[in-house]
Design a protein around this ligand. Structure first.
Ligand SMILES: Cc1ncc(C[n+]2csc(CCOP(=O)(O)OP(=O)(O)O)c2C)c(N)n1
Length: 360
């Protein structure tokens, strides 16, 4: 097992990367109502995530990408956005998407393979999740530049993983953002693996944040399992972008508790001790301890929340299952007005299989 992944927080070289911290001053801690609301969201998306894994195992949705362990990174950053700000997520960011207004039903429909799963309410400022790694980075930058050009104060936030930093899109996106001072926040959830590839094989730098220096922008590294630290760092970057002071690269150092997707087996490439260590840094347990110390939360509130969340998720699942069964041939229907020959052949072949014809 690669040791730098576990040590990188302590092993950061002095490359001018700012290490963000949770606000120490009382005045900088969000009000009780917001803290409780952020906690409720973390609990809700974890329960939703666990339910999605079970739904996949039961064959009720398709392959699914779990986010458990990354709740603080997603909720803390999404809370820093205003409703008018546009979010560019990946396939693992449905926690952040839900916070920014995407209904759970739509997220389930997406994982059920339905195109309607990316059809969000008009006022919800979220792009469909990017599955090709890194493509959403130049999208977010270009979108932010367009808003700037139009003179409005909306900004963009693009999510990506540590693996995406090896893509050309990452470098091109950051360079453009920096040169044109685009009002964008580039938010990397460094969960230390790109499927089975550990961070130490992804890059020779110790951190993602230090890469910002090469583009002439600010880089911030934050404990991605610390909700308040993530919120504070992202708010700083969002407000800076809104003031016209350009982009920020944020690296939220975190860990995914489970496999890359339900089609992956993480025990093949991660030691059980490493996973256990990170589970002991559970972002939800950490924030609950903070709330309880202030007497803002107790067992009774936790039980009431669990019931409420269960009911809400059940309702979303039932809505998803009321839709007629997905038609796999839909995948040919939404990109081309006239299907190219090669795709037409594949469509015919698929139709044949669906009609129960020759599968050989
Ligand atoms: C352009 C491209 N290359 C390869 C893949 C296959 N792929 C899917 S997920 C993934 C790993 C991405 O890791 P990371 O960016 O760290 O995000 P994470 O899945 O850890 O959230 C890869 C290589 C892809 N989807 N797109």
């Amino acid at each position: 097992m690669s040791e730098p992944a576990l040590q990188s927080k302590d092993g950061v070289r002095d490359v001018g990367v700012q290490e963000a911290e949770a606000p120490r001053k009382e005045a900088n801690i969000p009000p009780k109502e917001q803290c409780v609301e952020m906690y409720r969201w973390m609990v809700k998306i974890r329960a939703f995530d666990q339910r999605c894994v079970r739904l996949q195992r039961q064959g009720r949705i398709g392959t699914y990408a779990p986010l458990e362990g990354q709740e603080a990174a997603q909720v803390g950053s999404a809370f820093a956005l205003a409703p008018r700000d546009m979010m560019f997520p990946t396939y693992r960011d449905h926690g952040a998407m839900a916070v920014h207004g995407v209904p759970l039903e739509r997220i389930l429909l997406y994982w059920n393979g339905r195109v309607e799963g990316t059809d969000y309410p008009q006022d919800v400022q979220v792009f469909p999740p990017a599955v090709p790694i890194g493509t959403q980075i130049p999208h977010a930058v270009g979108y932010a530049m367009a808003r700037q050009y139009r003179g409005d104060t909306g900004i963009a936030l693009g999510y990506f993983g540590d693996g995406a930093t090896s893509e050309g899109d990452f470098h091109e996106g950051l360079n453009f953002a920096a040169v044109f001072r685009a009002p964008v926040v580039l938010f990397c959830q460094n969960n230390q693996y790109a499927i089975s590839v550990p961070f130490s094989r992804q890059t020779a730098t110790q951190t993602v944040a230090e890469k910002a220096a090469a583009y002439g922008i600010e880089g911030i590294r934050v404990d991605g399992n610390d909700l308040l630290a993530v919120y504070a760092a992202t708010r700083h970057a969002v407000e800076k972008a809104r003031r016209g002071e350009g982009p920020t690269l944020i690296e939220a150092y975190t860990y995914r508790f489970h496999s890359h997707t339900t089609a992956d087996d993480h025990t093949r490439y991660r030691a059980a001790e490493e996973v256990e260590l990170w589970k002991s840094r559970d972002p939800i347990r950490r924030f609950r301890a903070f709330l309880e110390a202030r007497r803002w939360w107790d067992d009774q509130s936790e039980r009431a929340l669990a019931d409420e969340v269960e009911e809400r998720i059940e309702q979303a699942v039932q809505t998803m299952e009321q839709w007629e069964a997905v038609n796999p041939a839909d995948m040919f229907n939404h990109c081309f007005a006239d299907l190219p020959e090669a795709l037409r052949e594949q469509e015919e072949e698929l139709s044949e299989v669906l009609r129960g014809g020759d599968r050989s």
